[in-house]
Structure formats: C-alpha cells, structure tokens
Design a protein around this ligand. Sequence first.
Ligand code: NAP
Length: 482
Amino acid sequence: MVSRVIPVDPFDLVIFGGTGDLARRKILPALYRRFCDEQMPREARIIGAARTEQSPQEYRDWVAEALKEFAPRSAADPDGMAGFLDRVDYLPVDAKGEGGWSDLKSKMRDDVVQAFYFSVAPALFGDLAERLHHHGIAHEGARIVVEKPFGRDLGTARSLNATLAEHFDESQIYRIDHYLGKETVQNLMAVRFGNVLFEPLWNAQYVDHVQITVAESVGVGGRGSYYDKSGAMRDMVQNHLMQLLCLTAMEPPSRFEPDAVRDEKLKVIRALQSPPLKDIVRGQYKAGDNPSYLDDVEEPDSRTESFIAMKLHIANWRWNGTPFYLRTGKRLKTRKSEIVVHFKEPPHSIFDEDAGSRPNILSIRLQPDEGIDLSVTIKEPGPGGMRLIDVPLDMSFADALGPEAADVPDAYERLIMDVIRGNQTLFMRGDEVEAAWAWTDPLIEAWTERGDRPVPYEPGSAGPEDSAILMHRDSRRWREVG
Ligand SMILES: NC(=O)c1ccc[n+]([C@@H]2O[C@H](COP(=O)([O-])OP(=O)(O)OC[C@H]3O[C@@H](n4cnc5c(N)ncnc54)[C@H](OP(=O)(O)O)[C@@H]3O)[C@@H](O)[C@H]2O)c1
C-alpha cells in the first residue's frame, strides 16, 4: 500500500557533474526509479554535463552501467532501461570556461520546468550560477540544486549565499540535505502533527531527554584528506544532525509549507545554546583490522574528530530542562541512524516496587531499516503477580503497510521530484544554513584555541569511553549502537 504516483510536469534537468560519483550512485538511479514508477513524463529530459568530451551515446552507455550497479532491480527490465536512456543526453560543458554554454542554451526548452543540479565541487557553484545567468540559459522559474557542503564556516556560507543570490532568487535555490528526504524524517512530522497523542507530551514536562545518533561503520577511506579538513562537527552535526534536531524540537508550523516549516526550524537553531566544552566529547578511531584515523588521513598530528558526542539545551519554553544528546562517528559498531525520545516515568507508581517500571521510548529509525517504534509498558502475561514489561508497538513500514512499502524510495528520489514540483519544504533555506554555522563556528574555534586533542576509541565500538561518561554524569545511558 504505497501512495499513488502523480507524474510531474515535463522538465529539462541538467546535471553538472553528470559524470561524477554522486550522479552515478545516487542522482541517475533515483531518476531511473522515478521513471520506472511512471512519475517522469514522456517529455522529461536529463542532460549530463561535465568537461569530459564524449558523445551522448557514450554517456548513455556509462549511465546504463551505473544503473545496473546501483538500481539493479529496476535495471533488469530492458524496455524500461531503453525508455529511460532515450531521455538522457550529454553535453561537454566547462564550468570555468566558455566551452559548451551556447550549445546548452540551444538545447534548453523554455516551456518546461528547468532544473540545474550542481553536483560538482562547491568551488564551482559560483562559476555555474554566473554562467547560467550570463548566457541567459536559466529562465525566471528555473531551479538550482546545490549539494553539501554548503560552506565550511559562516563566512564561506555567507559568501556562497551572496554569490548565488546575485543570479537566483532564494525561491529558486534548493540546498540539499538528503536526510530530509528520508521517509522516516517526514514521518516524524506526520507522527507529531497528524496525531493528537504525541504533541501534548512533546515538551520538557514529559520528555526526559532526546538522543540523536548517526553512526557509521566505515572509516574515512579514500576521502581522508578531504575529511581531515572538515571533521564530524562540520561534516555531520552542522547539517544532518542539526536538521534532525530541528524537526524533533520545532513548534508546529501553521501549515506544511516551505517557509512555515523553515521558519520554525530556524527558531530552534537560534534557541540552541552553545554548550560548554565539558559537554562535548571528540574522538578519533584507533587501528584495528583497518588503519587508524591518523593513518587514514596521513596526518599523524591531526586534531580533527571522527567522532563527536554532545549535550545540548534549547532555550525556550517547550524544552527548558530537557537535554538533547547528539553523537555521530565513523568506524563504530554498526551503521545506524535514529532519533530516540525518552519520556519521563509516570509521576507515581501504583504497583509494587518489584513490578518494575520503564519509561516509554519512541524511536525513529532512519537507517538501516526505516521505521518507528514506541515501547509501552504492559503486564507480563501469566498467572504470576503484577510484573511489568516493555513491548514495542512496531511501526516498521514493511509490517504495517505491506511488502511494497519495504521498498522505501531513496531520499534523492523524493528530493529531485520536489525540485521539479517546486516544493522547497525539505530543503534548507540560506538563513538556516548561516544560523547553523553561526552556532558551530565558536565551538570549533574554542577547542582549536585550547589545542584539544580528540581521544582515541576502539574501532567497532560505540565511541570513546568519555561519551558514555557524558551520559553517566546525568544518570543516563546511550542506546546501544548495534
Ligand atoms: N559522492 C557523494 O556521495 C556525495 C555525497 C554528498 C555530497 N556530495 C557532493 O556532490 C558534489 C559532487 O561530488 P562527487 O562525489 O560526484 O564528485 P566527483 O566524483 O569528483 O565528480 C565531480 C564532477 O564534476 C565534474 N567537473 C569537475 N570540474 C568541472 C568543470 N570545471 N566544469 C564542469 N564539470 C566539472 C567532473 O567531470 P569532468 O572531470 O568530466 O569535468 C565530475 O563529473 C560535491 O559537491 C560533493 O561534495 C557528494
């Protein structure tokens, strides 16, 4: 039982960086799956653009290989594949030179939705925006999609926003955070605002604390030198974890509309207090079966963190006194992302002390298997006395909605279709990104100034011991990572 598919309007989608890794692994497979679900109209066109000189047919062959690898189930249908490839074109275009731009202009149609996906290094975003404008290629309603990272601090994010704003209106700019395209993240909003059950309890009076975890089992791998300039704070907290925190903590927007939702998220970021450094734990993974972080980045004196945990407070009426604990890291026990809302215990227990009592826990899993479950306390069945146990009310999609729903669309599928539909709700607005950096920068400056070194942690663990201590100090504990 999945929702019916409504085809989007005809479009020309230009993928700058159409020969890159992101295009191959995510963008093209996402488009192909939308095509297979008949969401893409006959008149849709996808134009790959990059410096590589090749014919459209050579590009189609490359796309076909990418689909076989990254959309294998859909790619098994040869008719579907041929139909999709018919819509794919290619043009050599140089973001930094004049080559290819007039050809691109003559290819673009004026009477369809125009979208330009900037799947290139952020250093090229300005060049692309400028040339699209200068050559008169993008019409007034055209949309541009920009990938992360959006700046590396407030200054660079501001200057990037200013550059894009010279050529495009904010309503045309789609800053992607693929976490927002996840089905469960949208379900978080559905659960909160579509039911009367949760919202009255969604505050400091009833919520003891919230945990947000994004754990990865992989190390930094081949991205070592790039990652070392960034670290977990810049790479994950400033964007993905911050967005999850905002959606969890925000006030109900007046409508499920882009600016109404984004206004509320912005208020959360602005209310987020700067934690003292004692409430932040940073770590680097040690060597195990694989090299250590320091070996991976080939920088023996690196002070960049591959793990971070922190305790945060939101200074507003709703959340005063309820901490939000965030953690994310690489080479952890398993790959897992979840938001866990720990409710308080009932104010008074009518049962004997040995009956046991446990607080309700709502967990929203983003990966690996998207779903939501709520633990509730019931009586242990049987003739014994009144003993209480937890049972999960499981809302995993496959169980509740049937096998089709297990085939949850990838975040990119939804987000790209939202770009074509012109719906910015699940994209970050410029002021949100700047506010997130304004909160992040002083923390990074503070630990850099102090010369703090991340603490080493075992690969395959839940992170450094200090992260567990951060919780123990408050008589709490993290949920198991694996
Ligand atoms: N890969 C991921 O999983 C991932 C995840 C999140 C965000 N991102 C972001 O997505 C963007 C693309 O990442 P990627 O991993 O796909 O990078 P990539 O594999 O290095 O691809 C870069 C693309 O840009 C093209 N390019 C480079 N210089 C160009 C120029 N002067 N003019 C036109 N095209 C040019 C390259 O093709 P030519 O060499 O043929 O020009 C290639 O298609 C980056 O901003 C990255 O941070 C990537």
